[in-house]
Write a protein of this length. Sequence first.
Length: 311
Amino acid sequence: MEFFRIHRTIPFMRHALVLNLISLVTFLAAVFFIATRGFHLSIEFTGGTVMEVNYAQTAKLDEVRSAVGKLGYADFQVQNFGTSRDVLIRLPLAHGQTSAAQSDAVLSALKSADSSVQLRRVEFVGPQVGQELVHNGLMALLFVVLGIVVYLGIRFEWKFALAGVVANLHDVVIILGFFAFFQWEFSLSVLAGVLAVLGYSVNESVVIMDRIRENFRKQRKASVAEVINGAITQTISRTIITHGSTQMMVLSMLFFGGPTLHYFAMALTIGIWFGIYSSVFVAAALAMWFGVKREDLVKPVKKEGEGPEVA
């Protein structure tokens, strides 16, 4: 399906060097902010108090957040848990205050707004659990990257595999750089968004690589840059349809999903835009600079009575 078709090939690779230099500067800036500012980790990573409360009627989450915020908490999470009447509240560690004291203060504040609220459970999530979550999250990220390398290496060729992995890691580091620079809360949902971006970005790279391989078969006399430019130009319509529809869904979560989905949607939004950029200008350009050629992607075949010939 295509909204339009561009009949004149756009010379994307003509500007590849300048755009990749800009990309390198952005990447290094992201690494700098990650190293110097670190992340504003959520309660899931740092530990804190978890409360589950129940209301007689549908809980009004905005009123719950307002009541908890009046107690002086800046970093806390409020979300439905199970049903619309059950609410899960995560509170950060408070110096000199136990989990029981925290829960009593919060429950009193909630009862002043709605006397029907009942406390179901209180748990303390220690920092050790947070460290395990960080470790498991990093391991998940590592295995996703390794899986992408193996997949691209089997389906295409090592030059494309390496270019694709560098482009995907470029997207991940820049997302993390945004969260470090603005000190947005980094939670498990954000980590899930980062992992989703990895798969989403590699899909765009695979589409372009597939078209490059097809063009190598069809355009025997074209240069590598011309083949890559043609492949990117031919997939522009598909890119607009796919990323445009995805972005509309993500923006709906960003603006209407509430605080629970806000940073998850923010990570996806950054990842979608930089995923398009990296697939076109980073992955394709790196593959060209790595020396990808027709013989790498089109296997030679030998006809009967003749020497080997490239298909």
